[in-house]
Design a protein around this ligand. Structure first.
Ligand code: ADP
Ligand code: MG
Length: 396
């Protein structure tokens, strides 16, 4: 992958940067600025190099229309507080305001274009439409830096097409994400464990299929575990179950056995009669889930078992919470896995939007993990072993 160094001396040059500023907003206020912070190393590097930085980003899903509630104004304000440079927000994406703001940039200053998804061509499936918009972006910059990891799996004008027009390179965040996720999927230091959870097994089939060929150990929790238990002939009561995936999962169980991959399933489950925060919780053996109960977390014995297994590893890739961590009574499994990785000395990578959110919500120090991915869909696709268009276009 080409890095920023490959772009040469950037002093006085207009550097177009794609960042991921898709932050959660409540009543116009940013509730988590993690993505803005993750973008800072690249922006500051460019600012310090004397570049004139022009940032492209999206917010939410305005669906190709100019909708004020999706304006990047709150992002521009927050970025201005965090970054050591003046930040000016253009009133449009590639229109007169964008040109005016970019023309007025001095070395070491930052311009932010309005939400790129105000322009329907940004996400168009028609190549020519995206390419036309990318040409308009290219008028605003001399070189391109791709740093919006959360969007590199998208073939979009500000991610993919622009990189084909201008000299382009990966930013620091994208480099770090790719290096970490590759280290946790290709040639990992062994023993190598993959921990999978989350709601639906059907969302994660690609990840299981890819990592089953590489892992020494596969630990399963979360909602998807009940399809595994059902595939083993157990009753799962009212738990989340994807009946149409039972055969597929049985195939994975057989493949794990053939390949000598240790499949670690929970031995006990925390169940409740309904899906709610204050539902009365009880612990039952995994092979004795009552018909009128649903499993909402892995049980205390399983939490211990998972933590012990993880303590023996040198590399762990984790995607998907072990239970309904949003409810404190069912957050123990997720907490146990997070704690094992946080305390351990193994190389640990957390991928998946909800998994990363869980680590933060449960109060773990993010720096005690080797890497927490900023991209949900992009990290999943990397765990699946897919080629991401926004990355492929930056390879030599
Ligand atoms: P990620 O975003 O990390 O890839 P997912 O989106 O696949 O994770 O799944 C996250 C969701 O899975 C969480 O909202 C969590 O509440 C839910 N979940 C975990 N365990 C269960 C369970 N036993 N039953 C129902 N939902 C569950
Ligand atoms: Mg999710």
């Amino acid at each position: 992958m080409r890095t920023i160094e490959s772009l040469g001396d950037l002093r006085g040059k207009r550097v177009l940067v794609r960042s991921d500023f898709n932050v959660p907003l409540k009543d116009g206020v940013i509730t988590d600025d993690g993505r803005i912070r993750a973008a800072l190393p690249t922006l500051e590097k460019l600012v310090h190099a004397g570049a004139r930085v022009v940032v492209m980003a999206h917010l939410g899903r305005p669906k190709g229309e100019v909708k004020p509630e999706f304006s990047l104004a709150p992002v521009a304000a927050r970025l201005g507080e965090l970054v050591d440079a003046p930040v000016t927000l253009a009133k449009d994406v590639t229109g007169p305001s964008a040109h005016e703001v970019v023309a007025a940039l001095k070395d070491g200053e930052i311009a932010l274009l309005e939400n790129v998804r105000f322009d329907a061509r940004e996400t168009s499936k028609v190549d020519a439409e995206r390419e036309a918009l990318a040409k308009e972006y290219a008028e605003l910059g001399d070189v391109f830096v791709s740093d919006g990891f959360g969007v590199v799996h998208r073939k979009q004008a500000s991610v993919y097409d622009i990189a084909k027009i201008l000299p382009s390179a990966a930013g620091l965040l994208v480099v770090k994400e790719i290096e970490s996720l590759r280290r946790a999927t290709d040639n990992p230091e062994r023993p190598y464990a993959v921990v999978l959870g989350g709601s639906k097994v059907s969302d994660k089939l690609g990840v299981i299929a890819n990592l089953l060929t590489k892992a020494d150990m596969l630990l399963i929790g979360g909602g998807m575990v009940f399809t595994f238990l059902a595939a083993k002939g157990l009753n799962v009561g009212k738990s989340l179950l994807e009946e149409d995936q039972i055969d597929v999962v049985r195939g994975y169980i057989d493949e794990a056995a053939q390949r000598g991959v240790e499949l670690v399933l929970p031995v006990d489950i925390i169940v409740a009669p309904e899906f709610s925060a204050d539902a009365p919780a009880t612990v039952v053996p995994a092979d004795a889930i009552p018909a009128d109960q649903m499993g909402l977390d892995i049980g205390p014995e399983s939490q211990k078992l998972f933590a012990e297994k993880l303590a023996t590893t040198k590399t762990v890739a984790w995607n998907g919470p072990m239970g309904v961590f949003e409810f404190p009574a069912f957050s123990g499994g997720t907490r146990a896995v997070a704690e094992a990785l946080s305390k351990g000395s193994m190389f640990s990578v957390v991928g998946g939007g909800d998994s990363a959110a869980a680590v933060r919500l449960l109060g773990f120090d993010e720096s005690t993990f080797s890497h927490i991915s900023t991209g949900g869909g992009a990290s999943l696709e990397l765990l699946e072993g897919k080629v991401l268009p926004g990355i492929a276009v930056l390879e030599d």
